[in-house]
Write a protein that binds this ligand. Structure first.
Ligand code: UDP
Ligand code: MN
Length: 264
């Protein structure tokens, strides 16, 4: 469907690597939707070229330069730079419905059924399940919603300093109003949450459709031995913030086979 799209964001070359792997994973699972990546002005040319080969649309969003509501709002809230950039996805009004996915997510099977959901659908955050995690969400582009979000953001800031805080206070009936807007956890499985409830992961983990490498350590923070196919620097100490080794290896396999050869 040409009027529905997956959207992600990369403001720098590291997150661009994430976006490349995410895009490849969506293609590998035969999505019928358009793929859009929003990039910052600092993303380098080789990364842009690579993104253009995977995504249908690569949009440079320079909110400092745009002279619109986001620009004005950002002048008042310089702390919320990346957050404002993410909210920019609501301006993609040539699509009627979109699914936003963080650049640190990886798709494990086709998830096009998400487009049957309404705005704002998202999965619970593992740290505070009455809040949704903003790494995967269904939304409807609209300039009006965008302006309201900007105003909300400028006036109230973000209780966690990022987009998740803004979005949860804006869409504040998510946890109570409509259960169909609660995406199952398998659409946004935080790789760090696995160790907090290992029996549940053992029971349901094989159903996971999207893994989210949430937190400070990202797949691209590690290095990878192309000879052995092993991720280096992984200690596998529960609670150390380590990512789940199977998912980490899947990310790196895709990066080294589907992205690296073309980047060189
Ligand atoms: N992001 C970005 N540049 C940054 C930080 C974040 O492009 O410097 C984008 C990227 O799409 C990322 C999303 O914003 O996936 C949310 O940030 P992150 O995934 O690091 O947060 P977490 O999921 O760990 O809370
Ligand atoms: Mn993330």
């Amino acid at each position: 469907m040409a009027d529905q799209a997956y959207v992600t964001l990369a403001t720098n070359d590291n997150y661009a690597k994430g976006a490349m792997v995410l895009g490849r994973s969506l293609r590998n699972h035969n999505t019928t939707k358009q793929l859009v990546v929003l990039i910052g002005p600092h993303v380098a040319e080789p990364c842009r070229a690579m993104l253009s080969s995977i995504y249908d649309e690569v949009c440079v969003v320079d909110i400092l330069d745009s002279g619109d509501t986001a620009h004005l709002a950002l002048m008042k809230r310089p702390d919320l730079g990346v957050t404002f950039t993410k909210l920019h996805c609501w301006t993609l009004t040539h699509y009627t419905k979109c699914v936003f996915m963080d650049a640190d997510t990886l798709v494990l099977s086709n998830i096009d059924e998400l487009f049957e959901r309404e705005e704002l659908s998202a999965a619970p955050d593992p740290g505070w399940p009455d809040c949704f995690n903003s790494g995967v969400f269904v939304f409807k582009p609209s300039n009006e919603t965008y302006r309201s979000l900007m105003t909300h953001c400028t006036e109230n800031g973000s209780f966690d300093g990022g987009d998740q805080g803004v979005l949860n206070s804006f869409f504040n009936t998510w946890s109570t109003a409509d259960i169909s807007k609660h995406l199952p956890f398998i659409y946004n499985l935080s790789s760090t949450a696995i160790y907090t409830y290992l029996p549940a992961f053992k029971q349901y983990g094989h159903e996971a459709k999207v893994v989210h490498f949430l937190g400070k350590v990202k797949p691209w923070s590690y290095s990878y031995d192309t000879q052995t196919g092993k991720v280096k620097g992984h200690t596998l100490t529960p609670g150390s913030g380590d990512l789940h080794p199977d998912f980490l290896v899947q990310w790196w396999n895709l990066y080294s086979s589907g992205v690296l050869p073309a980047l060189r």
